[in-house]
Design a binder for this molecule. Structure first.
Ligand code: TIU
Length: 224
């Protein structure tokens, strides 16, 4: 399949491609979670949910692999380095108890993927202690075992966990495409800059396209 993308067309085979949704968990999208403790207005991020849901549904219907990630730490925080735990001056730190349970801790209410995008059987759910999806997760080996070579990315936030994951993927030999309307930042200017820098210099990190470009080919009306 060929998707019209920037800076040029993105070719992929569904059987070798995964849709990766980064950290669409309550901690970042709903009030009372990690995103808000950092001083952010979380309402911006909700806006991508309908487009992401449409993309997820179409990808499931096409039979493609779906990977959901969550930024998540063990209850004893043994996988959270002091450099991450003590950074800045959030109102609540990782592991503290907030309105949705302990911040960024596995199993807590806030750590769950939002209902609209909840994983279904057969999909991968990866808990990651870092910003990037490959660090300390074993995901590269899992994707290699399944013959995955291409990745479509959505999720939050664009310039933090999504871009870090795309860069990690790029260095591991994957071709990655960012779905522009399925990703968001607390800082619109950072989202725009991340999109620009990903596709600059002849796709130095990867490609970007609106989700409709992918939906068009999945529905069989695009170029092959
Ligand atoms: N703060 C922020 O923009 N993002 C994160 O801390 N994690 C993710 O991007 N998932």
């Amino acid at each position: 399949m060929r998707v019209e993308a920037n800076p040029f067309a993105f070719d992929f085979d569904i059987d070798k491609t995964a849709l990766v949704l980064i950290d669409m968990q309550r901690d970042f999208i709903e009030p009372g979670g990690f995103g808000e403790t950092l001083g952010n207005d979380v309402s911006l991020l909700e806006a991508i949910v309908p487009a992401t849901q449409t993309m997820l549904q179409a990808w499931r219907e096409a039979g493609g692999l779906v990977v959901h990630t969550r930024e998540a730490h063990a209850a004893d925080l043994s996988d959270c380095p002091p450099a991450k735990l003590n950074r800045g001056s959030p109102t609540l730190r990782i592991g503290d108890v907030g309105p949705m349970g302990r911040i960024l801790v596995k199993g807590e209410v806030g750590n769950q993927i939002i209902e609209a995008l909840a994983p279904v059987e057969g999909e991968l759910v990866i808990d990651k202690p870092g910003k990037g999806m490959f660090y300390a997760t074993g995901l590269h080996e899992t994707l290699q075992a399944r013959g995955i070579t291409h990745l479509l990315f959505g999720g939050v936030t664009t310039e933090v966990c999504v871009q870090t994951s795309m860069r990690e993927a790029n260095d591991r030999g994957y071709d990655g495409l960012l779905l522009e309307d399925c990703t968001e930042s607390y800082f619109p200017a950072f989202k725009a800059a991340a999109i620009d820098m990903i596709r600059a210099q002849g796709a130095i990190v990867g490609w970007t396209a609106p989700s409709n470009a992918v939906l068009t080919v999945l529905r069989g009306t695009g170029s092959d």
